[in-house]
Design a protein around this ligand. Structure first.
Ligand SMILES: NC(=O)c1ccc[n+]([C@@H]2O[C@H](COP(=O)([O-])OP(=O)(O)OC[C@H]3O[C@@H](n4cnc5c(N)ncnc54)[C@H](O)[C@@H]3O)[C@@H](O)[C@H]2O)c1
Length: 388
C-alpha cells in the first residue's frame, strides 16, 4: 500500500479532520508493518559488548538468545546488559531453543563459515562478523545456500553506511576529483591480546583489519580486477591473556595492491605491529587513514573508515582544502547488525551487500596466494557499483 496515493485520493474527498484521523491510522499501519526482529547472538566475547548495546538502542530488535561454547560468557552478558535472553553453549541447542529471525555470528573468525552454514540450513537469516567464511568458495556457497533456503546472509564491516563514505562516493561520482588514479588505505595497531585466533591459520591482519580498507576502497573505486600482495609475519610469538605465548601462523603485516577499472590502482597496508596510540580505540585520531587522488582533486578521510571524523577535499589551485562531513549522523561501526535487523523489519534492501563482502573475501584469499607465489592474481567476483 502506498501512503502517498492513499493520502492524495482521500484528501480529495474528505474533510481535513477525518483526513487527520486516517493519516494517523496509516502511520499506525506502517508501524504495525515493522515487525520486531528476534536476534540470537553466537559468540559472547569482546565485540559482543559493542553489539549488544547498539542492538538494545533499536525498538525493532529483541535479543532472545545468547550462545557461547563458554556458556558462562553468555550468562555474564545476559546479566551485565539485563537482556532476559535464554543462554546456550552450542549452536544445535541454540537452534532448538527460542525461535529467532536473525543470528549474529561473533565467534572466532575460523568458525564463521561453519556456523553460518548451520544457521542458514535451519532457515535463519545471518549477520556475520568478518569474514563471513574462510575462503571465497565457502562464502559463495553460503550465499547460494541462503538463496536456496529463502533466507539472507550479510557480512561486516559496515563502513559503507557512514556519512563520510557516502560523501566521498558522491564526490567521486560527481567527477569532483577528475579522472581517478590512485588511492591508499591503512589500518593497524599492536594486535589483540585477548584471543589467540587472530594469530592462528585463517586469522591474520587482513580479515581482522585490512578488511575495512578493502571494503572502503572497493566501495569507492569499484570492484578490483586483480591483486598483488606481499605479506609477512614480523612477530613470531605473541603473549595472549590467560593463555601465554602462542606461535603466530598467519600474516601480521600485509601490503596489497588492487587493480580497478580504468587504470585506477589502490594500495592497502595493515598489520598487528603498527604503533598507533589511537589504533583500537580510535576516537581521537586526527590524521587521515584513507586518501584518494584524481587529476582534479584529492580527498582524505580523517580518522579511520570504521570511525570516521570528517573528509578533507582539496580540489582548487587557489582555495585552501575544505573540511566536509563533520557530522557522523549517528553512525557507529558496530551498527551493521542493527541496520540489517531494521531492513528485515521494514522489508527494505540495505546498502550493505553480501556480494561486496564476498569480493573482499576473494581479495584476502588472492592476496595470500599472490604473496606466496609471487604473482598477480585475477579476481572473478564483483558487486553492484556505485554503492551510493
Ligand atoms: N573485539 C573487537 O573489538 C572486534 C571489533 C570488530 C570486529 N570483531 C570481530 O568479531 C569476531 C569476534 O571477535 P572478539 O574480539 O569478540 O573475539 P573473542 O575471542 O573475544 O570472542 C569470541 C567468542 O566466541 C566464542 N566461540 C568460539 N567458537 C564458538 C562456537 N563454535 N560456538 C559458540 N561460541 C564460540 C568464544 O568462546 C568467545 O567467547 C571476530 O571475527 C573479530 O574479527 C571484533
Amino acid at each position: 500500500m502506498s501512503d502517498s496515493l492513499t493520502r492524495a485520493a482521500f484528501l480529495q474527498k474528505t474533510s481535513l479532520a477525518s483526513a487527520a484521523l486516517l493519516l494517523s491510522s496509516i502511520e499506525l499501519f506502517a508501524k504495525e508493518e515493522e515487525k520486531i526482529i528476534r536476534v540470537a547472538i553466537i559468540g559472547c566475547g569482546s565485540v559482543s559488548n559493542r553489539y549488544i548495546v547498539h542492538l538494545q538502542s533499536s525498538p525493532l530488535v529483541k535479543i532472545v538468545s545468547l550462545c557461547d561454547i563458554k556458556q558462562d560468557r553468555a550468562e555474564a552478558q545476559n546479566k551485565k546488559y539485563n537482556i532476559g535472553a535464554s543462554t546456550y553453549n552450542h549452536i544445535d541447542a541454540l537452534l532448538k531453543g527460542n525461535a529467532f529471525d536473525l543470528m549474529l555470528t561473533l565467534t572466532d573468525m575460523q568458525m564463521h563459515g561453519a556456523l553460518n552454514k548451520i544457521a542458514l540450513g535451519a532457515g535463519k537469516n545471518v549477520w556475520s562478523e568478518k569474514p563471513l567464511a574462510n575462503t571465497y568458495a565457502e562464502g559463495k556457497a553460503l550465499v547460494d545456500y541462503a538463496k536456496l533456503k529463502g533466507v539472507r546472509i550479510w557480512g561486516a564491516p559496515a563502513v559503507v553506511t557512514s556519512p563520510q563514505f557516502e560523501f566521498m562516493s558522491k564526490t567521486i561520482q560527481a567527477g569532483k576529483l577528475g579522472k581517478l588514479a590512485s588511492a591508499h588505505g591503512q589500518y593497524g595497531h599492536t594486535g589483540p591480546t585477548w584471543s589467540s585466533f587472530f594469530y592462528e591459520p585463517l586469522g591474520g591482519s587482513m580479515p581482522d583489519l585490512g578488511v575495512y580498507n578493502m571494503a572502503t576502497l572497493t566501495g569507492l573505486l569499484g570492484p578490483a580486477k586483480s591483486v598483488m600482495a606481499m605479506t609477512s609475519i614480523v612477530n613470531k610469538e605473541r603473549e595472549i591473556d590467560e593463555k601465554g605465548i602462542v606461535q603466530v601462523k598467519e600474516e601480521d603485516n600485509a601490503h596489497i595492491l588492487l587493480e580497478h577499472d580504468n587504470g585506477v590502482i589502490s594500495h592497502i597496508m595493515c598489520g598487528f605491529n603498527y604503533f598507533d596510540p589511537f589504533g583500537h580505540e580510535a576516537k581521537n585520531q586526527t590524521l587521515h587513514s584513507i586518501q584518494i587522488f584524481g587529476d582534479k582533486g584529492n580527498m582524505r578521510l580523517i580518522g579511520y573508515d570504521w570511525e570516521p571524523k570528517n573528509v578533507v577535499l582539496d580540489n582548487s589551485w587557489t582555495e585552501p582544502p575544505q573540511v566536509h562531513q563533520t557530522d557522523d549522523g549517528g553512525y557507529q561501526w558496530q551498527e551493521g547488525a542493527t541496520r540489517i535487523a531494521g531492513a528485515l523489519s521494514k522489508n527494505i534492501e540495505p546498502r550493505i551487500n553480501v556480494l561486496h563482502s564476498l569480493h573482499v573475501l576473494e581479495i584476502i584469499e588472492a592476496a595470500r596466494k599472490s604473496s606466496k607465489e609471487g604473482m598477480k592474481v585475477k579476481l572473478v567476483s564483483s558487486f553492484p557499483f556505485p554503492m551510493v
